[in-house]
Design a protein around this ligand. Structure first.
Ligand code: AMP
Ligand code: GLY
Length: 434
């Protein structure tokens, strides 16, 4: 069968890579794709902000399945548009993608369905900012309502800072465009967990758990980014907690969306804070995470295409997904300046020398081909991903591969997985002193 993958990041490269492993797939088209995806499928240009352009492409290519990577086409209704033309597409409808596209919809939905989340207030009037903030203790989290590529969440140490942030969102000085509604939220502490599930509108199947590293600097310092690295191990989520999350978060979300007439099909990404008062949903995403997907799919042993089709067909209860035991780790190599301004078009060397084995894959996040040479084309450039029996080994493999790759200004965090490593060191210390 022929599969069309929409998008051009590391997530989409990992999706195309995993789709290519399916015995049922004979042809992959990536739109627009990137330098790495060009090695897996045929890349064709498309504007993923234009429903018309994507539909035209799908009608011309006639794929048996369209896999939508990014949130923007989902929130614009690409799945509805393709389905209306009889083209099978994996992902939520426009109505269901609201769980990600509107933070206010998500917060009110969680309130309606008793899904644990941080206490919050909604503010729609710049003159009411101070009144809205009055009941919150510092630090305070201020969030823009719509999609803002990770830039719409501000963690403010003090109330005056929160007031300034809220004003900056309303007047457009922070995001470039004016925001009409904001969410103000209590600040939660704890470990974050990306709990991604597949849903077919009624059933829920959890994927391997993972943890992202959002801050640009080592030790979780500096500006928020799209994600600097991620790891996945089974130890990060025991069976009891997995069942709790299914029962109290994922299943009520899917049931609630169905009851509200917007059944959720696709990847339900629950961004959780494992806080002292229990897991709390920080946000929903309506798609695979980036770079979570790189770590999750390198651990997937069963056929991804079967699972994606089961999500479309409502038959997720009939399939079993199996996962490589052990760990996966993905380290993102970035352009100098990211998440601020950076230059593009720098040649990348060492990609061949960094030869991929079965256990290491170099996913391209922001690259393109220029006269046959792979060059940088984004802030996040590569996601070097490795699997191994332990997290230490997976990280060792990823960093060893990264050491052989170069482009001007390359930087990456050297402490991916540090929380898990610290925890396992603490456990080892307790065991040896006993
Ligand atoms: P979001 O896009 O809502 O997931 O927020 C992006 C990041 O901001 C999250 O991954 C957290 O690191 C942080 N964050 C969001 N909401 C909160 C909160 N209520 N308390 C603490 N940190 C938060
Ligand atoms: N890694 C965070 C996200 O995909 O939203």
């Amino acid at each position: 069968m022929k599969v069309l993958v929409l998008g051009s990041g590391g997530r989409e490269h990992a999706l195309a890579w995993s789709v290519a492993r399916s015995k049922r797939v004979s042809e992959i088209v990536c739109a627009p794709g990137n330098g790495g995806m060009a090695q897996i499928g045929r890349c064709v240009p498309v504007d993923v902000k234009s429903i018309d352009a994507m539909v035209r492409l799908a009608e011309a290519e006639k794929p048996a399945l369209v896999v939508v990577g990014p949130e923007v086409p989902l929130s614009l209704g690409i799945v509805d548009a393709l389905e209306a033309r009889g083209i099978r597409a994996f992902g939520p409808s426009k109505a269901a993608a609201q769980l990600e596209a509107s933070k206010i919809f998500a917060k009110q939905f969680m309130q309606r369905h008793q899904i644990p989340t941080a206490n919050f207030a909604i503010c729609t009037d710049p003159n009411a900012i101070e009144k809205t903030l009055a009941v919150f203790h510092e630090p305070i989290v201020v969030k823009a309502d719509g999609l803002s590529a990770g830039k719409g969440v501000l963690i403010c140490e003090t109330k005056p800072e929160a007031i300034a942030a809220a004003r900056g969102l309303f007047d457009g000085s922070l995001l470039g465009a004016k925001v009409n509604q904001i969410v103000v939220e209590e600040f939660l502490t704890g470990d974050e967990l990306s709990f991604l599930c597949l849903s077919d509108g009624a059933h829920v199947t959890p994927l391997a758990p993972s943890q992202d590293h959002k801050r640009v600097g080592e030790g979780d310092t500096g500006l928020n980014t799209g994600g600097m690295g991620v790891y996945s191990t089974d130890a990060m989520l025991d069976d009891e907690m997995k069942q709790w999350l299914l029962r109290h978060v994922a299943e009520p979300t899917v049931k609630g969306m169905a009851a509200e007439g917007a059944p959720f099909k696709g990847v339900l990404y629950c961004g959780l804070m494992m806080s002292p008062r229990g897991p709390q949903v920080l946000e929903y995403n309506a798609r695979f995470g980036d770079p979570e997907t790189q770590a999750i799919l390198t651990r997937l042993e069963s056929d991804l295409v079967d699972a994606l089709e089961a999500s479309i067909d409502g038959t997720l209860d009939t399939i079993e997904m199996s996962w490589k035991p052990g760990a996966a780790a993905c380290v993102i190599a970035c352009s100098a300046g990211y998440p601020g301004n950076y230059v593009k078009g720098l040649p990348i060397t060492g990609l061949d020398a960094a030869a991929e084995g079965d256990d290491t894959v170099i996913f391209h996040s922001g690259t393109t081909l220029k006269d046959g040479q792979t060059v940088t084309d984004g802030g996040r450039v590569l996601g070097v991903t490795a699997t191994a029996a332990s997290l230490e080994e997976a990280l060792g493999r990823a960093y060893a591969t990264l050491a052989r790759i170069h482009f001007e200004g390359i930087f990456f965090r050297r402490d991916i997985g540090h929380r898990a490593l610290k925890k396992s060191a603490a456990v080892n210390r307790t065991t040896t002193t006993r």
